[in-house]
Design a protein around this ligand. Structure first.
Ligand code: GTQ
Ligand code: FE2
Length: 360
């Protein structure tokens, strides 16, 4: 080191590191191994009143077809500038399909689901099985399943898509294939073949389990989870609680997870899908969770608290909850909230962790 504090030998060392494709650990800041998760994604609310009219305008201006594939508008987290990601692992988008329009067939290694808050008339054809889309329903498009959507109604339809696109991108695990341009099946059954086979509580088709060592399916074979079942399950939990029996998550808080009937595990290997019902006057604390989630108000209204900031939410509003962000819900008149998260991926990697609200 000379009198000015400069050290030409050290400067040369760093220059040679750079020229050789090396970086020393000792000059990295704490963000390489933070004491606790410090997400770039921020807590954020997208208002239905802002988002849905823009989907409608794109319906007037932007055609849907081969190449673009889907008229889907992604929720882009302001903390993740330049990428169409709601969180570092989750894609959430509003998809809009006009009367008689078709979103052509394709398949990809990303897992997907649809959640519908309003509208009727669209069928999503998943591996040749036409599945009707109705309000409150959760529909699955497992990894590598062919899928196309067709609107048979004279009105447009809008829904929420959830995929693991950012996770798969980060893992360099994406594969994609175009299907035929013609719609394979324009039929409109009210019950898919998947539901006819699998949507009977507790009843597993013997044909699906005749080999004693048959591996359980990673993806749920049940293509659709219908609102009438979800609603009845949530109502029953609150009724049981009122009668003094167990079944709810907490006071006034009922919840169900959309599960794979062959395993009881999550319906998709990378995404957890749940519906939460908060009775009138409920205050619920979720605390902090490793991994991120996106929530959409299906009905009712309330307040979500994200790291101390409160947001009023109404039907159709969507919320991004970053990893380790304290999260709570308060509702006056009651609220049904749909949620999806990356929890199964974190659990599979043994990175899942939770803490009560003030924990760190
Ligand atoms: O409907 O197939 O929002 O492939 C993003 C990617 C929807 C779909 C999205 C997709 C789809
Ligand atoms: Fe797709």
């Amino acid at each position: 080191m000379d009198a000015t504090g400069a050290d030409p030998a050290l400067d040369r060392l760093y220059a040679d590191f750079e020229a050789t494709g090396l970086m020393p650990l000792w000059t990295q800041r704490g963000d390489l191994m933070p004491r606790r998760p410090s997400p770039r994604a921020v807590p954020h609310v997208w208002r239905r009143a802002d988002v849905y009219p823009l989907a409608e305008r794109s319906g007037e201006l932007v055609p849907v077809g081969r190449g673009g594939e889907r008229r889907a508008i992604a929720l882009a987290n302001p903390g993740l500038p330049g990428v169409p990601y709601a969180t570092p692992t989750l894609w959430a988008a509003i998809q809009y399909l006009g009367p008689d329009e078709v979103a052509p067939a394709h398949r990809h290694s990303q897992s997907a689901f649809r959640f519908i808050i309003e509208g009727r008339g669209v069928w999503t054809n998943v591996d040749g099985d036409p599945v009707e889309m109705r309000p409150g329903d959760v529909l699955l498009t497992p990894s590598w399943a062919w899928h196309e959507h067709h609107n048979t109604a004279d009105a447009p339809m809008t829904w929420l898509d959830g995929l693991d696109i950012p996770l798969v991108a980060q893992l360099d695990a994406g594969f994609f294939e175009f299907g035929p341009d013609e719609v394979a099946d324009r039929s409109t059954p009210h019950r898919s073949r998947a539901e006819r086979l699998w949507a009977h509580p507790g009843l597993r088709p013997v044909s699906a389990s005749n080999a004693p060592d048959a591996p359980d399916a990673v993806n749920s074979p049940l293509a659709a989870y219908r609102w009438e079942h979800t609603d009845a399950a949530l109502a029953a939990q609150l009724e049981l609680a009122a009668e003094g029996h167990p079944g709810v998550v907490g006071p006034g808080h009922a919840a169900v997870r959309f599960s794979n009937p062959t395993t009881g595990r999550d319906a998709l290997p990378t995404l957890r899908l749940e519906m939460h019902r908060f009775a009138a006057g409920t205050r619920a604390e979720f605390g902090r969770t490793v991994g991120s989630s996106v929530w959409q108000v299906f009905s009712g209204a309330g307040t979500v608290r994200l790291d101390g900031t409160e947001f009023e939410v109404v039907e159709g509003d969507m919320v991004a909850v970053p990893s380790w962000c304290p999260f709570g819900v308060v509702t006056g008149a009651g609220m049904d909230l749909f949620a999806f998260s990356d929890a199964p991926a974190f659990e599979a990697l043994h990175l899942a962790r939770r803490a009560a609200h003030d924990g760190n």
